[in-house]
Write a protein that binds this ligand. Structure first.
Ligand SMILES: NC(=O)c1ccc[n+]([C@@H]2O[C@H](COP(=O)([O-])OP(=O)(O)OC[C@H]3O[C@@H](n4cnc5c(N)ncnc54)[C@H](O)[C@@H]3O)[C@@H](O)[C@H]2O)c1
Ligand SMILES: O=P(O)(O)OC[C@@H](O)[C@@H](O)[C@H](O)[C@H](O)CO
Length: 461
C-alpha cells in the first residue's frame, strides 16, 4: 500500500491485552517501548497490544490517533540519536471515554493495566497539612479517590465492569515514582471499592494483583526542536515523538494472573523484594534531580546538565548521595557512577522547571525518607537533605507555584515575613510531621535557609 504519511503498519496490530492510563512522555519511552521490544522477540501470536487512555486532556490521544498509535522513540546518547518506531500502541482514547475504558477492561484477553499518572495523580490536593511521612501516600490517595476522574476512581469503575462481565483476574501495574506504588494503589482502590460495593471489594481482593515497580529512564517533555530532529532524521512528521536517554531499567514485584508481555526479553527484571531498588533510585536519582532543580534554578541554571556542571550544585549533590548511600542496603558505587554520566549528558535537555513541579509530593519520598532512615539507623539526620528542603522553600518564595505545585500553595502563602526557624517548621509540618518534631533536622533546614536569605530570588553568593 502507498503510505503518504509514513505511519501505515506493515502487519496487523497486536491484539489489545494491556490497558494503559496516562499517555505522557514517560509511558511512550518506557512501558510502550518495553512492550514493543518484547513483541519484536516473540512469535506474532504472542504479541501484546496496548490501548492507552490519556490522564487529563485528550490532546495526546488526538495526535497519536492521526498516526495509528505509532510514534518515534529517539534514543539520545552523548554521541548521537537512534530512532525507533514503536508499534505496541494499537488504540488511543480520551481518558474521559468511560465506555471505551470499561469495554477494554471487560475483555478476558486484557490481562494487565499499567499506570503513569504522576505522583500528584494519586493524591488529593490538600487544603491543609496532611501526613506525608513515608509511606503515608495511600492515606492521601484514599481521600482523593471519591472523585471518579482520579486514577483510583477509574480503576474501580473499570474493575466493576470487569467483574460484571466475568472477565476474570487481572494485574494492575503502577509505574509512578512512589515507593510501594503497587501496594499504595491496592489499598486506595480497595478503600474506594468498599465505599461503592463490599462485594466488589472482595472480588478485587481475590482477583486483582497490584504489582509494584521501579521505573527508570530519564525522559524530558518533548519540544518542537525534538520534533524537528525526528523529521530531519526520519523524514516523517511525527506529532508525538519522545526523546529519551539510552539507559533504561524496569524492576517489578508481583503476580500476573492473566499473563503479561515478555518484558524480560527487553531487559525488565522480576524480583521478590523491590524495596532496595526503589529506595536506591528515589534517594539517588530522584533526590538528586530535586536538589539540582531547586538549587540550580536559584543559581540561574535551566537544565539538569547545566546544574550538574555547576560546582556548587555538584558539591551539594555529592554530599546528598553520600548521606543516602549510608542507609541504602545495596551497592551504590556503580549506580552513582552511572548517574554522573547520565546527568552530564547535555544532549538530554531535561528542564529543571519540569522536575521542580509538585515538590510537595516528591520531597517526602525522595529526601525526607532518607533523613528518617538515617534517624532510625542512629545516624545524624544529615545536612544535605535539609539543604534541599531549604532550597525548595526558597523556590516557593521566588515562584508562583499555584499551578505547578497546588499542594504547596497554602504553605507558600504563609511563608512571607517569617524567620528561618518558623519557615522551616511550616514546611516540615507539610512534608513530614514526624521530622518536624526533630529539632535537629528543623534546625538544619533553618540554618540553610538563613544562609540563603540575602538572595531570596537570586543566586547564592
Ligand atoms: N519522565 C521521566 O523521566 C519519568 C521517569 C520515571 C518515572 N516517571 C513517572 O511518570 C510520570 C509521568 O511522567 P511523564 O514524563 O510522562 O509526564 P507527562 O507530563 O508527559 O505525562 C503525565 C501523564 O499523567 C497524566 N496525569 C497527570 N495528572 C493526572 C491525574 N490527576 N490523573 C490522571 N492522570 C494524570 C497526564 O494526563 C499525562 O498523561 C512521572 O510523574 C513519574 O511518576 C517519569
Ligand atoms: O517524573 P517526575 O516528575 O516524578 O520526576 C522528575 C524526574 O526526577 C524523573 O522524571 C526522572 O527523570 C526519572 O524518574 C528517571 O527515571
Amino acid at each position: 500500500m502507498h503510505d503518504e504519511t509514513g505511519w501505515v503498519r506493515s502487519e496487523p496490530p497486536a491484539p489489545v491485552r494491556v490497558v494503559h492510563l496516562g499517555l505522557g512522555a514517560f509511558a511512550r519511552a518506557h512501558q510502550l517501548w518495553y512492550t514493543h521490544q518484547a513483541n519484536e522477540r516473540v512469535d506474532p501470536a504472542d504479541r501484546w497490544g496496548v490501548a492507552a487512555f490519556t490522564g487529563r486532556s485528550p490532546v495526546a490521544a488526538q495526535a497519536l490517533a492521526t498516526q495509528d498509535g505509532r510514534y518515534t522513540v529517539l534514543v539520545r546518547s552523548a554521541d548521537g540519536d537512534t530512532p525507533t518506531v514503536v508499534d505496541s500502541l494499537v488504540s488511543v482514547h480520551d481518558g474521559t471515554d468511560g465506555t471505551a475504558w470499561r469495554g477494554h477492561l471487560s475483555r478476558a484477553e486484557v490481562g494487565v493495566v499499567t499506570l503513569t499518572v504522576t505522583e500528584a495523580g494519586y493524591r488529593r490536593l490538600p487544603s491543609g497539612g496532611l501526613d506525608r511521612d513515608h509511606p503515608g501516600v495511600a492515606r492521601d490517595i484514599a481521600r482523593h479517590a471519591r472523585d471518579a476522574e482520579t486514577a483510583p476512581g477509574r480503576l474501580v469503575d473499570g474493575l466493576r465492569a470487569r467483574r460484571a462481565a466475568g472477565a476474570g483476574p487481572i494485574a494492575v501495574v503502577s509505574c509512578d515514582n512512589l515507593p510501594d506504588n503497587g501496594d499504595a494503589t491496592r489499598r486506595v482502590t480497595l478503600e474506594l471499592a468498599r465505599q461503592v460495593d463490599a462485594g466488589l471489594a472482595r472480588w478485587i481482593e481475590e482477583n486483582v494483583s497490584f504489582v509494584s515497580t521501579m521505573v527508570d529512564r530519564i525522559t524530558p517533555a518533548t519540544t518542537d526542536a525534538d520534533r524537528a530532529a525526528v523529521r530531519t532524521l526520519t523524514g516523517r512528521d511525527d506529532r508525538s515523538p519522545v526523546v529519551t536517554e539510552p539507559f533504561s531499567d524496569w524492576v517489578l514485584q508481583g503476580g500476573f494472573p492473566a499473563g503479561r508481555p515478555a518484558w524480560e526479553l527487553a531487559g525488565a527484571r522480576f524480583v521478590d523484594d523491590l524495596a532496595p531498588e526503589v529506595h536506591r533510585k528515589l534517594w539517588l536519582l530522584n533526590a538528586g534531580h530535586s536538589l539540582l532543580a531547586y538549587e540550580g534554578l536559584a543559581r540561574g541554571r535551566s537544565t539538569v546538565a547545566e546544574a550538574f556542571a555547576d560546582p556548587v550544585c555538584r558539591a551539594d549533590l555529592e554530599r546528598l548521595w553520600s548521606e543516602a548511600a549510608e542507609v541504602l542496603p545495596v551497592p551504590v558505587d556503580g549506580p552513582v557512577a552511572d548517574l554522573r554520566t547520565r546527568f552530564a549528558n547535555a544532549r538530554i535537555e531535561h528542564r529543571l522547571d519540569q522536575i521542580a513541579r509538585d515538590g510537595s509530593q516528591k520531597l517526602p519520598v525522595r529526601v525526607l525518607a532518607v533523613a528518617q532512615a538515617r534517624s532510625a539507623a542512629g545516624l545524624p539526620v544529615g545536612r544535605a537533605g535539609a539543604a534541599v528542603v531549604a532550597a525548595w522553600i526558597q523556590h516557593l518564595e521566588a515562584t508562583d507555584v499555584s499551578a505547578s505545585d497546588p499542594g504547596a500553595t497554602a504553605l507558600a502563602e504563609r511563608l512571607p515575613g517569617r524567620g528561618s526557624a518558623a519557615r522551616a517548621r511550616l514546611a516540615l509540618d507539610l512534608l513530614a510531621p514526624r521530622l518536624a518534631r526533630s529539632d535537629v533536622f528543623a534546625r538544619h533546614v533553618a540554618e540553610s535557609l538563613a544562609v540563603r536569605q540575602p538572595t531570596l530570588t537570586g543566586a547564592r553568593p
